[in-house]
Ligand binder design. Structure first.
Ligand SMILES: Nc1ncnc2c1ncn2[C@@H]1O[C@H](COP(=O)(O)OP(=O)(O)O)[C@@H](O)[C@H]1O
Ligand SMILES: [Mg+2]
Length: 225
C-alpha cells in the first residue's frame, strides 16, 4: 500500500503590481522607511487602529521583497504547535517472519509523522512571514518567535527528529501587524517580543491620501477645484 505523506504548508506569492494600491507621498514615506529596516534584517511591525491600512501595507511590502510569503492570522486558539508544527498521523510498519513454519516472529513499529507548520516552513526556506494581527494569539503561543527574531534559531520539539534547533535561513524576513486599540479578542503584546521588532505606528492617512484611496476604490476621478 503506498504511504500517504502529508504535504508541507505552501507559501503564497503576492503580485507586485497591485493596480488599486495608492502610493501618495505619505504612503511612500512609510514604505521606504519600512523597507529600509527590513532590508537590513529587522522585523517590522505596523501598529494602528482598525481600517488604517496596516494589512494592505504589509502585503504590499511583502510583495516587494520578491520572495514567497507565509501568511499567519493571529488566533486565540493558537498554541506553539500551530506555528512550528506537530505530529499528525501515524506510520505503521509490520514485519512477519514465518520462514520456519513452526516459528512466527512479528515486529511492529508505529511512528508518528511530524509536519512542519507555517513558522518552521518560513524559517527553513527563507520566506517572508506576514503575521497579521499577531496580538490575537496568546502571548505564550508567540513565545517561540523570541529566539527566531533574536538568535535566529528556532527551537523544535525532539519529536521532529533531524534538527531540534533549526537555524533560520538568511532570507527569512518578518512583518507583523497589530491593533493596540482593539478592546476585544486581543492580548497585550509582550515587551520581549515588541523589543525585537521595529514598531511603526500608523495613524489615519492624511486628507489627500484618503481622497485618492476613496477615488481608487469607487473607480471615480477626483474633481480638482
Ligand atoms: N495604500 C492603499 N491603497 C489602496 N487602498 C488602501 C490603501 N491602504 C488602505 N487601503 C484600503 O483601506 C481599507 C482598510 O485597509 P486595511 O489594510 O484592511 O486596514 P487595517 O489592516 O489597518 O484594518 C481597505 O479597504 C484597503 O483596501
Ligand atoms: Mg488588517
Amino acid at each position: 500500500m503506498p504511504v500517504e505523506t502529508l504535504s508541507e504548508v505552501q507559501p503564497i506569492t503576492i503580485a507586485k503590481e497591485q493596480p488599486n494600491f495608492v502610493r501618495t507621498p505619505h504612503i511612500k514615506e512609510i514604505i521606504d522607511r519600512a523597507l529600509l529596516y527590513i532590508n537590513v534584517g529587522f522585523p517590522i511591525h505596523f501598529s494602528s487602529p482598525a481600517g488604517t491600512g496596516k494589512t494592505t501595507l504589509a502585503a504590499y511590502i511583502a510583495a516587494n521583497l520578491e520572495q514567497p510569503v507565509i501568511l499567519i492570522h493571529g488566533d486565540d486558539e493558537f498554541s506553539t504547535s500551530d506555528l512550528v508544527g506537530g505530529e499528525h498521523g501515524f506510520r505503521r510498519k509490520k514485519t512477519v517472519d514465518n520462514f520456519i513454519h513452526s516459528v512466527l516472529k512479528t515486529d511492529e513499529k508505529v511512528q508518528a509523522d511530524w509536519i512542519d507548520n507555517r513558522l518552521t516552513v518560513a524559517c527553513k526556506h527563507g520566506f517572508t512571514l506576514l503575521y497579521d494581527e499577531f496580538t490575537r494569539s496568546r502571548p505564550e503561543a508567540n513565545n517561540v518567535l523570541l529566539s527566531v527574531l533574536e538568535e535566529r534559531l528556532l527551537d523544535l520539539p525532539a519529536a521532529r527528529g533531524e534538527d531540534a534547533y533549526l537555524k533560520v535561513h538568511p532570507n527569512f524576513k518578518a512583518i507583523f501587524t497589530s491593533n493596540p486599540e482593539e478592546y476585544a479578542g486581543v492580548y497585550k503584546a509582550q515587551d520581549a517580543l515588541k523589543d525585537r521588532m521595529i514598531t511603526i505606528k500608523l495613524g489615519h492617512y492624511d486628507r489627500d491620501t484618503e481622497i485618492v484611496i476613496t477615488c481608487a476604490k469607487a473607480g471615480v476621478k477626483e474633481k480638482r477645484r
